[in-house]
Design a protein around this ligand. Structure first.
Ligand SMILES: [Zn+2]
Length: 318
């Protein structure tokens, strides 16, 4: 896992780390939040954290974790054309239609919430400016000056952004799909606010990121997993093979986790525990949290509490 400080200092300077972390602690779009997460929500949240920290078991990660099973020449199980990284999940040709569907729903949601808030002006203009944030870099490649000039010659297309937009090479949906909130997205929204109010933007965007995550989980990740299972069966990678060929020992359980397991046994309430996060990620976050002296300064209170809960294994966050 890359550490957050270096992410902020290097290639990720265009994202809002604080808000992205806050978004991680938000659950779903329901105002009536249940006290504990359902198993489904747990899964979605674990998916979200792993996606954010590059920990999803995509082929390139599996090759490192289980080199005896996943050979270095293995490609994406869906398209068999490119290496399967997290970015590839939404760039894969097999996901093209689902990505379009995801984008349509995500766009409608965000615009609906913006309108409903009644806190923004010139909304049509705002929507135009948000255009690249609903598209991936892969899709945006075709929005060149040459293409725009070409379509501008036809009256049918002249006024349609879908044909005449020219991409500036920076804004896109890529970071959003991975769980990061781009700073520019916040800046654009602020520009159109009737009264400058960060709280409203914060609330809309964190909610939206949760929605995008659920869409990603349902439309892309689940289907990818189904395809991967089929691919593994075809290639003789069974559960048994995966088990017997794994050489690394499972790390022993932490005290807090044992405590939680005991607690669960006593209460008999499975939903009351936070267990979907796998041990490896858990250890890494703890390491990150413990060894990086500057880590705290990038987090606000809510985020710190979230990580503390993640690290200490407490379950009553919600
Ligand atoms: Zn692919």
């Amino acid at each position: 896992m890359k550490d957050l400080v270096s992410i902020q200092q290097n290639e990720k300077s265009h994202i809002d780390i604080d808000l992205s972390m806050i978004a991680l602690t938000k659950e779903d779009n329901n105002d009536s939040k249940p006290k504990f997460l359902s198993i489904k929500q747990d899964k979605q949240k674990a998916f979200r954290i792993k996606k954010l920290f590059n920990e999803l078991p995509v082929m390139e990660v599996l090759k490192i974790r289980k080199p005896q099973v996943y050979k270095s020449n293995f490609l994406c199980p869906r398209c068999n054309d490119k290496k399967e990284t997290i970015n590839h999940l939404y760039k894969c040709s097999k996901a093209d239609n689902d990505v379009l569907m995801l984008q349509r729903i995500a766009k409608d949601k965000l615009i609906k919430w913006i309108r409903k808030s009644e806190k923004f002006r010139n909304i049509d203009e705002l929507i135009e400016e948000l255009f690249p944030f609903f598209k991936t870099t892969k899709q945006l490649q075709r929005f060149t000056k040459a293409n725009s000039d070409y379509y501008s010659n036809f009256d049918n297309y002249k006024f349609r952004q879908e044909y005449t937009y020219i991409w500036n090479g920076t804004h896109s949906m890529d970071d959003i799909l991975k769980g990061w909130i781009p700073s520019n997205l916040i800046n654009i929204l602020r520009k159109y606010q009737i009264n400058d109010n960060k709280k409203i933007i914060r609330s809309i965007l964190t909610k939206w990121l949760g929605k995008v995550n659920i869409l990603f989980f349902n439309w892309i990740w689940k289907k990818r997993n189904d395809d991967t299972i089929a691919w593994e069966e075809k290639n003789g990678i069974t559960a048994l093979v995966k088990k017997t060929k794994t050489s690394s020992k499972k790390p022993s359980r932490s005290k807090s986790e044992e405590r939680n397991t005991r607690k669960r046994r006593i209460t008999g309430n499975k939903k009351a525990t936070f267990h979907v996060i796998d041990e490896e990620l858990y250890v890494r976050i703890r390491r990150l949290f413990g060894f990086n002296p500057n880590f705290h300064q990038f987090l606000d209170k809510g985020v710190t509490i979230f990580f503390r809960i993640l690290i200490c294994g407490e379950s009553n966050l919600y």
